[in-house]
Design a protein around this ligand. Sequence first.
Ligand code: KG4
Ligand code: ZN
Length: 337
Amino acid sequence: MPGFLLAIETSCDETAVAVCERNGQIVVSEVASQIELHAPYGGVVPELASRNHNLDLRPLIQKTLDKAGVSIEQILAVAATSGPGLASSLLVGDTTAKAIALGLGKPFVSINHMEGHLLSPFIGSPHGVRQNVSLIVSGGHTLLILVKDVGEYQLLGTTKDDAAGEAFDKVGKMLDLPYPGGPEIDKRSQSGDPGFYDFPRSMMDSGDYDFSFSGLKTSAYYLLGKLPSPIPESTIDDICASFQAAVVEVLVEKLFSAAEKYDANLVTVSGGVSCNSGLRQAVEDKSKDCGIPAILAGTGYSTDNAAMIAYAAAMRLEAGFPPSSLNADIDPNLALA
Ligand code: KG4
Ligand code: ZN
């Protein structure tokens, strides 16, 4: 009888459920986004997020199983994100997954959300997870990781202050763009001039693999103070394009220089900001220049989703890692490496 894994992701503001085969092939991945709910507040409201995970999760599990044509008896293991994230949100997915696993008498697998992002570029890859230098860029994290194998990760660098996605969202807010700022800035950049303003490329020459994005906020703040109000729409496009170019340049330079230093013949990029069209183009261009292949997380697997949690659980079980204890707690600050 074929067996499947059921995975739940509720670390922040997306309620997500996925079913995959035991080899990690995704069968169905469903996401119930709460973006519209949080938009009036300009950011995620934890209480609203957890309340809505509670409302949405059970019907979403049923919908995912139905779409997959998989019955609950065919589930071999149940996975959930155990951190990092919002405690009250993590608890909903974690306890639901544990309850299902307990009820079925099947293993429970707790997954680090960042490991989900980290391995997501390999979803659907015929070769499985390979050694690579990985850039994870999300709303809460900016990490450069040397991936030696599944579960063997070495942290090369991280942000000293704001995460890349956080910088996009904060500058978007300053420009009065709809929430979240990242996709809006991306959209507006398409018609803007990246050379309009020279935003700082912080820590570009620091000689390490750390990042700093908080200076961009300050720089944007002073720039906006100098412009006439209201700022013409075309100037907003130019600011977006200039800001995006600065973030992308630092990310891409550090990613490829780390790959060269650590002799990796593959780079991967994942997390919500990996949707960014400027970043995707720059990674592809640099990959061609240096001859280092790049795999970017696929559509549907960049922003938060449960397919990446299902895939990470499948890869961990395949690599021989034991299932998790039902007593394992969530950890809002869970580290990856
Ligand atoms: O990975 P994710 O869904 O959630 C976290 O784990 O944080 O990432 C969300 C982040 C937000 O900051 C959002 O603005 C950003 O990803 N993002 C983008 C784009 N799409 C989403 N940033 C830049 N360009 C985009 N197209
Ligand atoms: Zn995420």
